[in-house]
Design a binder for this molecule. Structure first.
Ligand code: FMN
Length: 371
């Protein structure tokens, strides 16, 4: 058994976080991960998809046991309640991921407000729905509202500078997200091998924990993150490609069969994004080079300056997945897709990861010799 400070803080069995992932949502995946003893995360991005992606919105609501005709607060409350009910037997701990970039601000406020009030109304909800994972934005403006609660606050970010800002904001667990990670990634590319130890050295102390994200998918990589000083890992691509994952079969199969050098960077709707290579994503990368070159130069643009045809192309490509149109689809995934070649049940996968991490750590220990 591997037990880290993350396990103690969150009261979870294994130092593994199932990443929040949109747009399909992770309502079923969160239940499976929570029941497996990892930290399960609901993804709130489905609630933002609304009019431009009605099929995905509908899917998000129904997979959370909610009626798409209800107002958004009722839908969120229903999703929270379903997760609580379906994890009652295991008494697992779960949370929610919310992107706090400018484009997502309104939705983010709704999600955080609803989470806080749902927890205040139910003691079991308060005890087990206790983690808020913010991402894709500045944590500081959120500090006052979040630090008034007893939530464990995690924030996903890509640099030492941003980690120091998290510390100033009072974030409890800083997630160092390397450039190899799936979907939205940073404007400036620092990968996990450099980023994680740099962030650990800069901010880890008795009050601030650090988790690695980007490139972690098995026992070896979990053991490596612990060796680099992390308190745990967050995995996205690996959890996406599991039996219980809410993602479309086309997406899961795309990851499973990705192979060597499988990803490419192009514009995503909140900045650079990592996609599986395909004629469609390669076309998108060419358009990005022309219309949003900052993606390749580390110079951010936003909805006030960007050519919106890039965003429309992305939305069309995501909608195509939902419609089962493989040619028109674009699939986001991390570099680690090339190391994922099965689609296990979440519980089996988590147990295997932990067992293999133990094996890897013991294996390294044998190199120690008595002087
Ligand atoms: C399909 C997909 C969707 C994602 N959506 C979100 C999201 O909505 N919010 C977020 O903070 N991160 C999102 N991520 C990033 C993950 O939370 C995670 O940090 C990342 O996948 C870690 O890298 P890995 O893919 O190498 O495991 C997404 C990742 C993938 C692959």
């Amino acid at each position: 058994m591997i037990k880290t400070r993350l396990c103690d803080l969150l009261e979870i069995k294994h130092p593994i976080i199932q990443a929040g992932m949109g747009p399909f949502g992770t309502n079923n995946l969160c239940v499976a991960s929570t029941n497996a003893g990892a930290l399960g995360l609901i993804s709130s991005s489905g609630i933002a998809s609304g009019n431009s992606q009605p099929g995905i919105y509908d899917f998000f609501c129904r997979s959370g046991g909610a009626n798409p005709d209800d107002d958004k607060e009722t839908i969120l409350r229903t999703v929270f309640q379903q997760t609580l009910d379906k994890t009652r037997e295991s008494q697992g701990i779960f949370g929610i991921n919310v992107m706090v970039s400018a484009e997502m601000r309104e939705v983010a406020e709704l999600v955080v407000r609803t989470m806080i009030s749902a927890r205040e109304e139910d003691q079991e909800m308060k005890r087990r729905f206790k983690v808020l994972v913010t991402s894709a934005g500045d944590p500081l403006p959120w500090s006052e509202a979040i630090k008034k609660t007893d939530l464990v606050w995690m924030h996903v970010m890509p640099s030492v500078k941003a980690a120091l800002r998290c510390k100033k904001a009072g974030v409890d667990v800083i997630v160092a997200s390397g450039h190899e990670g799936g979907f939205h990634t940073s404007w400036e590319p620092i990968h996990s091998m450099v980023l994680l130890p740099a962030v650990v050295e800069a901010v880890s102390d008795e009050k601030t924990l650090v988790v690695g994200a980007g490139g972690y998918c098995d026992g070896k990589t979990l053991a490596a993150a612990l060796a680099l000083g992390a308190d745990g890992v967050q995995m996205g691509t690996r959890f996406l490609c599991t039996e219980e994952s809410d993602f479309h079969q086309i997406w899961k199969e795309g990851i499973r069969h990705a192979g060597d050098r499988a990803t490419i960077i192009a514009r995503g709707f909140v900045g650079p994004a990592r996609w599986l290579k395909s004629p469609r994503s390669e076309e998108h990368a060419k358009n990005t080079l022309e219309k949003s070159p900052g993606v390749y130069l580390g110079i951010p643009d936003d909805y006030t300056t960007i050519d919106m045809s890039l965003i429309e192309y992305e939305i069309e490509s995501i909608n195509a997945i939902f419609e089962g149109n493989k040619e028109k689809a674009m699939l986001a995934a991390g570099e680690v897709a090339q190391r994922v070649d099965d689609m296990p049940k979440v519980n089996d996968m988590v147990q295997t990861i932990v067992r293999d991490a133990e094996g890897a750590l013991k294996g390294i220990y044998k190199y120690m010799i008595q002087p």
